[in-house]
Design a protein around this ligand. Structure first.
Ligand SMILES: Cc1cc2nc3c(=O)[nH]c(=O)nc-3n(C[C@H](O)[C@H](O)[C@H](O)COP(=O)(O)OP(=O)(O)OC[C@H]3O[C@@H](n4cnc5c(N)ncnc54)[C@H](O)[C@@H]3O)c2cc1C
Length: 472
């Protein structure tokens, strides 16, 4: 059988279900869709990917392409950005199957559906596999875990009841590439880091460069995992350190690799379990697995609720927006529900929300993005985000809460701003956490976080604020 592999977000050889599925194929063509990048400078909400993630992803892609080549394969880039085009290409190459991983997010799912329709028309079968999560869709379907509502309910449904599958070994050898004639390979190019598109991506700013440069290659993700779990054993005190917004080893920093699939969540999980079996478990080793369950929860939550996670009131509620309190203007969104504007790409409706802001709301939002609010902890976070593409979980929570509650601005603009700047952006974790902070979540008990209290608790000596505001 001839197989095409649509490379999405699993830029690794180890624990890659698509490579396993294609292992016995007569030939295999790994293809990546080249994202659209307009020539003209477009506004941030239309681009969606800022410099840090562009660079990190290009590094992940480049390293993945080299690994494929070392095993007798290679990576091809399709100039066409739409997934549906792959079906035509597969048919012209006589590939009877396309394999890819399932992702969360309405745009991402719409791509899967478009490809499904196109495949049907071309007589090609599409196999969507579980590569981004701890648990497989089939495990979730038969489990008491319910990701449609609260995290606690979900966690209790999986803990001790479901085990993530053992990670798959990296293949030593891959099926050969199909012969590509000039006619069928129109619009396809073999990946090269010197390709003008990728060369430009690799020139973008490096994320987190202020402390230690994050490199997107899967090897770098593995090295970070080895360091955090085995070499430094930082995992043993993770629960006590994780809220420190400044120290590099306070938390794992696995998220950028996990988001690109340059590191597999199942591999991390298995490594924690191995560490616990060797050195014993404690509250901190458990807590790292607990946080991976939050990631898992938001994935299935997003798959369950679809576009509703982007509605201002969240899934299953009237579109009321966050209950703005304290100071500032109330959130009055013009784009409230699916019928009013969540159809179509996120960039389209985010632009419309922005246009619908009143002048004071717009001024409050822009001051927040520049780190010029009345709250110094929030300002430090917002400057850190723009300068490094990174934020600790604590800083994300405080900044998000402040926008939604104290400033009363539609939380989705904040989520879209994070989407642009974060090097570890993940659609389900970002929009899920934002919704949770803004009480746009069916079971959120979120209340406004007091930024002054947060600063005293998590930045008592002011070192974090000093670092980013150059003042105490
Ligand atoms: C407003 C807001 C936006 C967020 N946006 C994203 C995002 O776009 N991408 C993203 O990966 N995470 C996001 N998070 C979750 C969390 O902040 C990051 O995963 C974490 O800070 C990454 O740092 P780390 O790898 O050192 O995490 P650690 O604390 O070491 O945790 C280990 C892993 O567990 C997962 N995890 C930890 N906390 C959460 C959480 N609250 N929700 C989901 N998964 C979690 C991540 O995969 C993380 O890498 C967001 C949180 C908030 C409050």
């Amino acid at each position: 059988m001839r197989v095409m592999y649509w490379v999405r977000q699993e830029l690794r050889l180890a624990d890659n279900p698509c490579l396993r599925e294609a292992a016995a194929a007569e030939c295999l063509l790994p293809v990546l869709l080249q994202p659209k990048r307009g020539r003209v400078e477009r506004p941030w909400w239309e681009q969606r990917e800022g410099p840090f993630r562009r660079r990190f992803r290009a590094e992940s892609v480049s390293a993945f392409a080299s690994e494929l080549e070392r095993r007798g394969s290679g990576l091809f880039v399709c100039a066409e950005a739409r997934a549906g085009a792959l079906a035509t290409l597969a048919a012209s190459l006589q590939c009877s199957r396309i394999v890819a991983t399932k992702l969360a997010g309405s745009d991402e799912e719409a791509e899967e559906q478009a490809l499904q329709v196109a495949c049907k028309r071309q007589g090609v079968s599409l196999h969507l596999l579980d590569g981004h999560t701890l648990f497989a869709g089939a495990q979730m379907a038969g489990a008491p875990a319910d990701a449609s509502r609260s995290f606690s309910r979900f966690r209790k449904g999986v803990e001790g009841k479901l085990a993530p599958a053992a990670p798959l070994a990296a293949p030593d050898k891959l099926p050969p590439l199909p012969a590509l004639t000039a006619e069928v390979s129109k619009g396809l190019e073999r990946f090269s880091p010197s390709h003008p598109f990728f060369a430009a991506e690799l020139r973008q700013a490096q994320p987190y460069a202020h402390t230690f440069a994050l490199h997107g290659a899967a090897d770098a993700g593995q090295a970070r995992m080895q360091w955090f779990i085995w070499e430094s054993r930082c995992i043993r005190r993770y629960k006590e350190t994780r809220n420190d917004p400044l120290a590099v080893d306070a938390s794992s920093k696995f998220s950028p690799w996990l988001a690109q699939g340059a590191l597999s969540a199942r591999e991390v999980w298995a490594e924690i379990v191995r560490f616990e079996a060797t050195h014993g478990s404690n509250a901190s080793t458990y807590w790292l697995r607990f946080e991976l369950l939050w990631r898992e929860y938001f994935f299935w939550y997003a798959r369950h609720h679809g576009t509703a996670i982007f509605a201002s009131g969240g899934p299953g509620t009237a579109a009321v927006g966050p209950k703005a309190v304290d100071v500032g203007v109330r959130s009055t969104s013009v784009v409230d529900d699916a019928s009013a504007g969540l159809n179509g790409e996120r960039s389209t409706w985010v632009g419309r929300i922005l246009e619908g802001l009143t002048a004071p709301q717009r001024a409050a939002f822009e001051a927040w993005t520049r780190g010029e609010t009345d709250a110094s902890f929030v300002n430090a976070a917002m400057r850190e985000l723009r300068e490094s593409g990174w934020l600790s979980n604590r800083s994300r929570q405080v900044a998000a809460s402040y926008l939604a509650w104290q400033l009363g601005v539609d939380w989705r603009l904040g989520a879209a701003w994070f989407e642009y700047w974060l090097c570890d952006y993940d659609v389900a974790s970002n929009w899920g956490n934002w919704g949770y902070q803004a009480a746009a979540h069916p079971r959120s008990d979120a209340r406004p976080l007091d930024p002054e209290w947060q600063a005293n608790a998590y930045d008592p000596d002011g070192a974090y604020r000093h670092r980013w505001l150059k003042q105490t």
